[in-house]
Design a protein around this ligand. Structure first.
Ligand SMILES: CC(C)(COP(=O)(O)OP(=O)(O)OC[C@H]1O[C@@H](n2cnc3c(N)ncnc32)[C@H](O)[C@@H]1OP(=O)(O)O)[C@@H](O)C(=O)NCCC(=O)NCCS
Length: 185
């Protein structure tokens, strides 16, 4: 088994997560990939790929403009967010996630920065419907609410299927099963 020290596997090989303002994002690049995967493994688990939402991601390109990363002043990766296209019933939608913030920086506003910047950006790119699977007590503060008629594959708890509904009726009347878009599109 390979032991990976979470303080040295993020961002640049020797970069440790430190203090200092994290107040801007930039778009993910190919070079960020290994550090992002390590951050997701740290925040979720290496078994995260078995979660139901991953079936919508396999072989599908994320929306590059909306895949954003946050670094601390030392250059260490402290947060990442990605979005994937899906369909709900007959409608196009965006699936937000994964989003993760390094444990040493959780509760310092990095999640708010990641969500607060990318949701409006997604809307400005023309994505009317944004959804995710997560904790309503957290995402509710950003304008996400339970989508009663939208069905994620089992064993997803329906109370965790959320859509961005603040100041929009884009989810009104939209029901159905979440499905994968055609790979390669
Ligand atoms: C969930 C996560 C992305 C939030 O990012 P963050 O940078 O820690 O959050 P912020 O600093 O923007 O917000 C912190 C606030 O959210 C609250 N919060 C964090 N996670 C919460 C949750 N799951 N449910 C309810 N509230 C939550 C904190 O208590 C804090 O509240 P306060 O502002 O009243 O003090 C981050 O904690 C994380 O990566 N967790 C592990 C991975 C994960 O669960 N990802 C989401 C999967 S859906």
């Amino acid at each position: 088994m390979i032991y990976r020290d979470p303080t040295t596997m993020l961002g640049r090989p020797q970069a440790k997560v430190g203090q200092g303002a994290v107040d801007k994002l930039r778009q993910e690049t190919d070079a960020d990939g290994p550090a992002i995967e390590a951050l997701y493994d740290l925040c979720f688990s290496p078994q995260r790929h078995s979660l139901s939402s991953y079936q919508f991601r396999t072989g599908v390109h994320p929306i590059a403009d909306l895949c954003q990363v946050a670094h601390d002043p030392s250059g260490a990766l402290v947060g990442a967010i990605r979005y994937w296209p899906v369909t709900v019933g007959q409608q196009a939608a965006l699936l937000l996630g994964p989003i993760a913030v390094h444990p040493d920086r959780q509760g310092t506003g990095v999640g708010r920065l990641l969500i607060g910047q990318t949701v409006p950006q997604a809307q400005s790119l023309g994505w009317a419907r944004i959804m995710l699977v997560g904790d309503q007590p957290y995402y509710g503060r950003f304008g996400f609410a339970v989508l009663p008629g939208v069905v994620m594959p089992a064993p997803t708890d329906p109370a965790r299927v959320l859509g961005f509904t603040r100041d929009t009726d884009a989810w009104s009347g939209v029901t159905g099963t979440v499905r994968k878009v055609t790979p390669g599109l």
